[in-house]
Design a protein around this ligand. Structure first.
Ligand code: KIV
Ligand code: ZN
Length: 510
């Protein structure tokens, strides 16, 4: 009989902890909506006790998806954290509290500097408190894979008796090896069955040795009921088990694992691309499932084999994960019907006729510039349009700019606008982007420091869209800014302004 594996996505919590992956409220909602389309069973929406902003973001995401997807958020084993989770997620239809507390010697002795009994009691008290608030409580035995087994089990037994309904076994530092981790899960499952067979056994693997997917699959083979993953494997350090890899392994090797998930695999690529767009964190080209080359066959022998029969070199079809095989190339002569068909294939549904017209006109301008418009470009137009609709009105807007570059004096002139007031200035710099950033900085009068600047080509073709991701430091905090345009100087200016506006908005909120 095939078992159904519960999939929890923690991109918005473990993934978002990654430096530079921070999303704003509107972006989190957009990503959560996509996770809903992907049909994940549970979304871990954040760590609400970490700041007021995170608390509000968790609440907003819950308002947006909590009526149809189960949600959770993380708490340390302390009352104020548990209260923050409860208050931020209680409105959802199926919420549960997730508590984490270490079980390994190094966590108990070095991190907490307490005795094992004290830590165990702390966990029990936290679960008992949470169980009074919500019927479902997940307990994570942090660093489980490096914990002494009998203490780990004693903790699990005690927290289950206190009311935990899900036990999550994390390989927090990516130390486990598949056979050994599978054995650990087997032993826990066996004892749990005797203790309380209704308790759900979950795993959460990190990828420090590149084994997160293998460890997760091994845990499934050995009885895990639920898995925690992230899109593109985003997460602390080397990341978490990648959702797309685990899900596709279960699908492609269904006869081996005898397990399935509720994931709509045709949404995998779109979810991956949306995450890249929102965070600016690129997927490695040869990454399984979501990498640019995952379905590209380059050698002559392979191409020849594929033409004879796809199965010669393909274990899954690109369509299964949402890569459109027959990509339609649009041009300025493509009509509304073709554009509508192409964007609907990407999951975009216009709210009304005006909404679509806006998109169509932006498509025509891009097609004039680029001649050939690919799916990547449409994706850019859609996300840009969504961002415009979602955005809290930007504080500074770019009116016009001119950059003249030469070896001696690269110079930039920029005109900005803020609440109807125009401002203009010029500056020289070490290069065109440096000159551009100097003038914007002097106009916005914000003492920011550029921490990183990255530029990538988003689409194919000679007239590709350039995407710029930057990070600015202002008063010790890092702010990200992203922008895309066929003109990379314009994208650079917009990215800088977006990061500046993010810093300003935070100041205003405070
Ligand atoms: O890696 C870890 O141990 C975690 C827990 C909060 C589950 O992220
Ligand atoms: Zn983790």
């Amino acid at each position: 009989m095939t078992r159904n594996i519960i999939v929890l996505d923690t991109t918005l919590r473990d993934g978002e902890q990654v430096p530079g992956a921070k999303m704003n409220g509107a972006q989190k909602i957009e990503f959560a909506e996509q996770l809903k389309r992907l049909r994940v069973d549970i979304v871990e929406v954040g760590f609400p006790a970490s700041s007021k902003g995170d608390f509000n973001a968790v609440q907003d995401v819950v308002r947006s998806i909590g009526d149809s997807v189960s949600v959770t958020a993380l708490a340390r084993a302390i009352k104020s954290d548990i209260d923050a989770v409860y208050e931020s997620i209680q409105a959802a239809h199926d919420p549960f509290i997730h508590i984490v507390l270490g079980t390994s010697d190094v966590h108990v002795e070095r991190k907490f500097k307490r005795s094992k009994d004290q830590i165990l009691q702390m966990g029990v008290d936290a679960v008992a408190y949470a169980a009074k608030l919500l019927p479902q409580v997940q307990y994570s035995t942090e660093d489980a894979s490096r914990s002494e087994f009998e203490y780990l089990w004693k903790t699990i037994e005690a927290v289950v008796k206190a009311g935990a309904t899900i036990i999550n076994v994390p390989d927090t530092v990516g130390f486990a090896e598949p056979e050994e981790f599978g054995h650990l899960i087997y032993k826990i499952k066996d004892r749990l069955n005797n203790l309380n067979s209704n308790v759900i056994l979950s795993v959460h693997c990190h990828n420090d040795l590149g084994l997160a997917t293998a460890n997760t699959l091994s845990a499934i083979k050995n009885g895990a009921d639920k898995i925690e993953c992230t899109i593109n494997g985003l997460g602390e350090r080397a990341g978490n088990a990648s959702l797309e890899e685990v899900v596709m392994a279960l699908k492609v090797r269904e006869s081996l694992f005898a397990c399935n998930t509720n994931i709509n695999t045709t949404e995998l690529i779109r979810t991956s691309r949306l995450l890249t767009y929102l965070t600016g964190i690129e997927v490695q080209a040869n990454k399984a499932i979501t990498g640019e080359n995952a379905f590209a066959h380059s050698s002559g022998i392979h191409q020849d084999g594929l033409l004879k029969d796809k199965q010669v070199y393909e274990i899954m079809s690109p369509e299964e994960v949402g890569v459109e095989n027959m990509e339609l190339i649009l041009t300025a002569r493509s009509g509304r019907h073709a554009v509508k068909h192409a964007v609907e294939k990407m999951g975009y549904v216009a709210k009304n006729a005006d909404d679509f017209e806006q998109l169509f006109h932006r498509f025509l301008s891009l097609a004039d510039l680029k001649k050939e418009v690919y799916d990547h470009d449409l994706f850019y137009l859609i996300t840009e349009l969504r961002e415009r609709t979602n955005k809290i009105s930007p504080l500074y807007e770019l009116e016009s700019y001119q950059v003249v570059t030469n070896e001696l004096y690269p110079t930039a002139t920029v005109k900005l606008q803020r609440n109807g007031v125009e401002m203009k200035g010029s500056a020289v710099g070490d290069g065109p982007v440096d000159a551009l950033y100097s003038v914007i900085k002097s106009l916005t009068k914000l003492d920011t420091e550029l921490k990183s600047y990255k530029i990538n080509s988003l689409s194919r073709g000679k007239e590709a869209v350039g995407r710029v991701n930057i990070q600015l430091i202002y008063q010790g905090k890092t702010y990200s800014g992203r922008a895309m345009d066929t003109d990379i100087i314009k994208a650079s200016a917009l990215a800088f302004l977006n990061a500046t506006n993010a810093a300003l908005l935070e100041m205003v909120r405070k």
